[in-house]
Design a protein around this ligand. Structure first.
Ligand code: NAD
Length: 347
């Protein structure tokens, strides 16, 4: 497995491999940059076919965290932990205790939190071994569930996008198509409904659709139909790579702003969106509310006022990206990447 030659290596400051035969732990921790502060990013538990797949994931994800944290104006670098899900039955408490030991051995260069497949309970086991953990639900500095804050940041970003494309920040009667009504998507719908927006929604979970229909008077559409909804805004809040050569042909929206990570299947599609007059609000700028919440916990300075200031920062940064894109004709995703790299000293 080549590391330095890996196409996603991008001068990671360090990449660590940890094993613990007793618990079955096989994990990578990638530290992309500590230029702005200790690296921070969640721990993911996922089934990987090979350790090369897990390595690729950790490299991409930790670089993504460098960009996200920098664009949110946080004094944090970018890092990520990826645990290869053991093939046979395993003891979660043992696995995450072993991860805690591994994180502690990095002496504070990396802070972890929950990501896909990992719960606050797992984080409690990590906490038994190290203080370099956030996303906790208990304790004086605990910030709790980050999803409502992520939804708040997405809602504000939609207003910024709508202002640019339609000329007013008001969402009254603006039609928004929301894909995925999970922790973030459902909370986003509440904000949008309160602001007078019209909603079309989809999910693969029938129950949540029924709930949204009665709570928000939402129009329910099939999962594959959401792209073609004649709405001003499309808010992807479920999966990555949903903007791809197939779906782009069906889009009728003027703005894309949502919580999902890695929404563009390839970076080049950003230009295609711009050519079609669709404003893409870069995902890692829009969905930084969760890490903002966690950053307050890491710094031990968590307060609603501090979080509010950083959420306003998302709006300003997004407006700046949109303005630079309009001035230069460069797609918003490329402008965001350039700004992020400058902010981590790699411009
Ligand atoms: P979640 O798992 O709570 O919700 C995802 C929802 O999408 C679920 O209701 C699921 O049923 C639905 N879904 C799955 N496949 C679908 C499909 N094909 N079509 C329609 N709906 C589908 O996740 P979440 O915490 O709400 O996060 C949503 C997205 O935002 C994820 O991509 C996540 O990585 C990203 N994100 C979340 C946060 C956060 O604070 N939770 C922060 C940053 C980014």
């Amino acid at each position: 497995m080549a590391l330095f030659e890996h196409k996603d290596f991008d001068d990671h400051e360090s990449v660590h491999a940890f094993t613990d035969p007793d618990s079955g732990l096989k994990a990578f921790i990638g530290i992309h940059s500590t230029h702005r502060g200790p690296a921070a990013g969640g721990a993911r538990l996922w089934t990987y076919e090979t350790s090369t797949d897990a390595l690729t994931d950790v490299l991409r994800l930790s670089r993504g965290m460098s960009y996200k944290n920098a664009m949110a104006g946080l004094n944090l670098g970018g890092g990520k932990a990826v645990i290869m899900r053991p093939e046979s039955d395993f003891d979660r408490a043992k696995l995450f205790t072993a991860l805690g030991k591994a994180i502690d051995s990095l002496c504070g260069k990396y802070y972890t939190a929950e990501d896909v497949g990992v719960s606050p309970d797992d984080m409690r086991n990590v906490l038994s071994q190290t203080k370099f953990v956030a996303g906790l639900e208990e304790g004086d500095a605990a910030s709790g569930d980050p999803s409502p804050v992520t939804a708040d940041g997405v809602f504000r970003s939609i207003k910024v996008g709508v202002e640019k494309q339609i000329g007013s920040r008001s969402l009254k009667n603006v039609h928004v198509a929301v894909q995925g009504l999970g922790h973030v998507g459902y909370a986003l719908c509440q904000h949008l409904h309160d602001a007078g927006a019209k909603l079309s929604v989809t999910d693969i979970n029938e129950d949540v659709l029924i709930k949204a229909e009665s709570a928000f008077d939402a129009n329910i559409v099939d999962p594959d139909e959401i792209y073609a909804v004649d709405a001003e805004v499309f808010a992807p809040c479920a999966l990555g790579a949903v903007i791809n050569p197939d779906t782009i042909e069906r889009l009728k929206c003027k703005v894309i702003a949502g919580a999902a990570n890695n929404q563009l299947s390839v970076a080049e599609i950003g230009k295609d969106l711009m050519d079609r007059g669709i404003l893409y609000c870069p995902d890692y700028v829009v969905n930084a509310g969760g890490i903002i919440n966690i950053a307050g916990e890491i710094e031990g300075s968590y307060s609603r006022e501090w979080v509010e200031e950083k959420l306003v920062g998302i709006e300003k940064t997004l407006a700046d990206i949109i303005a630079q894109s309009a001035d230069t004709g460069i797609p918003t995703n490329k402008i965001a990447n350039k700004m992020a790299r400058e902010r981590i000293g790699r411009g």
